[in-house]
Design a protein around this ligand. Structure first.
Ligand code: PLP
Length: 399
């Protein structure tokens, strides 16, 4: 069993840089390498290109407000989604010094969850909104947790493991009712589903380039005009003093191009990619006993499918898939290597025998029907082989 071809179904971990994106960024590494802060035209002229990229990102997330110089200053370039998440929460805590409470969901990415644990150590009371067995947010509990002592709420727009989409607009409205600031980690949502900050009460939003076909090491923090902001990085005047450090010009240009492409590919994500994802799920669950889709059947990202295979070890499935050139993840990429089921599956109360065998398939606009057919054909053999070796499967009657 071997395959020359790579079938990449791990796009929630990272994506390929789109060829158009690479072409757009290349000159800024080799020819137009000047510092945008320089007085000379060679460097200074690059600043106009950065502003074009900023405008394209603003358009993708609906951050349409401009300052008096016609700039989309609500968009701040950072180094990644994690930096944007951390900066947002720390800034909010400084902006509301009289309030100490922080509310996040129990299924946040470690970029927020680990921060929550750290804030607890520093004496901030942190509440974790629970989810149900399908990973849906418990909105009643959420509303009970937010009060006039809450400084900031951070709830992700879409979950990286299940693909579940959360009612962010409603969450922001509730946070504001109590005077708390609202941040959303939209790293998995932007580029896959329409995300529009202008018709919501979202104060801050994080996104990351490498999830939407731009390179790794570039992110954005959107900060709504009028929201008090405290930078995490102090130094030069870059990003109007809100994120010091010489701009990562090539990656900023790349992200601008990726945002432009995403405006068009969102349609494809929600039709063709979604149809491929549905075909994959039906093909796998229809041919393999005790294989089940985990997550919200109604409200999920169009590219994501988390499938639990009872009584098999996820790592072993991944290794056998890898030999065939198929890339996927067990739980989230960031928890790969740990034998504990991911915090998301534990929060959902998924039984251990299923959670251990959970595989996340995440597609992109570059996947083809031929690839999906190949995966559907190969998965039953992989699972049957591993179940033959599994002591847990013998105890489990085949239905
Ligand atoms: N938030 C979510 C939901 C993610 O899925 C990820 C990465 O997987 C991050 C944040 C972190 O983004 P970055 O890798 O750009 O730091």
């Amino acid at each position: 069993m071997s395959s020359e071809k790579l079938i990449y179904l791990d796009n929630n971990a990272t994506t390929a840089v789109a060829p158009e994106v690479f072409e757009a960024m290349r000159p800024y590494l080799c020819e137009k390498y000047g510092n945008p802060g320089s007085i000379h035209t060679f460097g200074g002229s690059v600043m106009a290109e950065i502003e074009t990229a900023r405008a394209r990102i603003a358009a993708l997330i609906g951050a349409t407000r401009r300052d008096i110089r016609d700039k989309f200053t609500e968009v701040i370039f950072t180094s990644c989604g994690t930096e944007s998440d951390n900066t947002a929460v720390f800034s909010a805590l400084r902006a509301c010094p009289k309030r100490k409470k922080v509310v996040i969901s129990a299924v946040e990415h470690p970029a927020i969850l680990t921060l929550g644990k750290e804030l607890e150590k520093r004496g901030y009371p942190v509440s974790y909104v629970p989810v149900d067995s399908k990973g849906r947010l418990d909105m009643e509990r959420y509303e009970e947790m937010v009060d006039s002592e809450t400084a900031v709420v951070s709830i992700m727009w879409a979950n990286n493991e299940t693909g579940n989409i959360y009612p962010i607009e409603k969450c922001a409205e509730i946070a504001h009712r109590y005077g708390a600031l609202f941040h959303t980690d939209a790293v998995q949502a932007v580029g896959k589903i329409p995300c529009n900050v202008s018709d919501s009460e979202i104060d801050m939003l994080s996104l990351s380039g490498h999830k939407l076909h731009a390179p790794k090491g570039i992110g954005v923090l959107y900060v709504r005009r009028g929201v008090r902001f405290y930078p995490a990085q102090i130094g030069g005047h870059q990003e109007r003093g809100r994120r010091a450090g010489t701009e990562n010009v090539a990656s900023i240009i790349a992200l601008g191009k990726a945002a432009e492409l995403a405006m068009k590919s969102i349609q494809d994500e929600n039709t063709r990619v979604k149809a491929l994802r549905d075909k994959l799920e039906q093909g796998i669950c229809g041919s393999i006993p005790k294989a089940m889709v985990l997550g919200d059947p109604e409200n999920r990202l169009p590219n994501t499918s988390l499938i639990g295979f009872e009584a098999v070890e996820g790592e072993s499935i991944l290794m056998m898939m890898d030999r065939l050139g198929i890339c996927a993840s067990s739980g989230s990429a960031c928890t790969t290597g740990s034998l504990e089921p991911s915090h998301v599956l534990r929060a959902m109360g998924v039984p251990y025998t299923v959670a251990h065998g959970a595989i996340r398939f995440s597609l992109s606009t570059y996947n083809t029907e031929e690839e999906i057919n190949f995966v559907i054909k190969e998965m039953p053999g992989i699972i049957a082989w591993l179940r033959k070796l599994s002591p847990f499967w013998k105890e489990t009657p085949v239905s």
